[in-house]
Design a protein around this ligand. Structure first.
Ligand SMILES: Nc1ncnc2c1ncn2[C@@H]1O[C@H](COP(=O)(O)OP(=O)(O)OP(=O)(O)O)[C@@H](O)[C@H]1O
Length: 283
């Protein structure tokens, strides 16, 4: 059964001292335990949308918000940022900026101390969070010695230790190479599947979104222009109009075989080529 954890109802938002809405009439339902990806060209409103979900907009930034952002049925404008923070954990796009302590243990303890979690429970939560993202062996290490992928995992673990229901990540792979990017998405999928977390992620690497998301949303100029499963979105006749790069294998198939059902992954691409060869009489 579907149970919505986030609902946006005709959300419009304008930053202070600006003349245009950064978000314009956004309607969205996110089910508990789903994995939702957001993409779109620069300035489309992806970060602003995330900020409206974790309360930075409008609580810290001000501006004019109309419509509704509901978390578990409650409007964010009626909740304090601390109440929102207990439901929604956010990982910024730059782990270097998010990691502020000298070692891994301190980094994890920081948020928990601020929340007044008792010391005995803190250690258990810290170890659990590190294990969740596969870096239990880094407990006590210096944060300066971590690789980019490890830093991103630590940033996720620090948020997980707070046990939010929803995890939101803004371009979590922007500083990572393809292997590190895959690593982060694999961890996110595991959090969704094994821990039932709701995951929302903004990302430009559409091949990752195609493979990992249940729902994909394309934003442009503050509006949702396409929404559906990755397959529905990448097969949509208008997909080339929105300034979004398709997964390479999908783009090739769509450009050269526009009437065929396009592949989304490399494995599907191989299958696609095989069937083309067979249908042209090859071996
Ligand atoms: N603090 C701010 N004050 C005023 N306008 C802002 C502010 N932050 C963003 N904007 C504007 O809001 C719009 C949406 O920006 P936003 O950063 O949400 O887009 P984005 O899709 O995340 O872009 P990018 O991919 O470049 O990060 C843009 O027109 C941007 O210039």
């Amino acid at each position: 059964m579907h149970s919505p954890i986030i609902q946006l109802d005709n959300l419009c938002y304008r930053y202070p001292n600006t003349e245009h809405n950064a978000l314009n009439g956004i309607n969205l339902v996110v089910d508990k335990g789903s994995f939702v990806g957001f993409t779109g060209p620069t300035g489309a409103g992806k970060t602003t949308l995330i900020k409206s979900l974790n309360g930075i907009v409008p609580h810290f930034v001000g501006g004019t918000l109309t419509g509704l952002v509901l978390l578990n049925g409650k409007a964010t404008t009626s909740l304090t940022t601390a109440e929102i923070g207990r439901m929604v954990g956010t990982v910024l796009d730059d782990p270097e900026a998010q990691i502020i302590c000298l070692d891994v243990e301190q980094e994890l303890a920081f948020g928990l101390e601020n929340y007044g979690v008792p010391p005995a429970e803190m250690e258990q939560r810290m170890k659990e969070a590190l294990a969740c993202v596969g870096i239990a062996h880094l407990f006590g290490r210096s944060t300066a010695a971590l690789s980019g992928g490890q830093k991103q995992r630590l940033a996720i673990a620090a948020v997980l230790a707070m046990r939010p229901e929803v995890l939101i990540l803004d371009e979590p792979t922007s500083e990572l190479d393809p292997l590190g990017s895959e690593e982060v998405f694999r961890v996110l999928k595991q959090l969704q599947v094994e821990h039932g977390m709701t995951i929302l992620v903004t990302e430009q690497k559409t091949d990752l979104l195609a493979r990992y998301c249940d729902q994909l949303i394309i934003l442009r100029e503050g509006e949702v222009v396409l929404s559906g499963t990755p397959r529905q979105v990448f097969q949509h006749p208008d997909i080339f109009n929105f300034g979004v790069a398709l997964p390479e294998v999908t783009e090739l198939a769509r450009r050269y075989y526009p009437s065929a059902v396009p592949p989304l992954t490399l494995e599907e691409g191989v299958q696609f080529c095989r069937s083309l060869i067979l249908s042209s009489g090859g071996q």
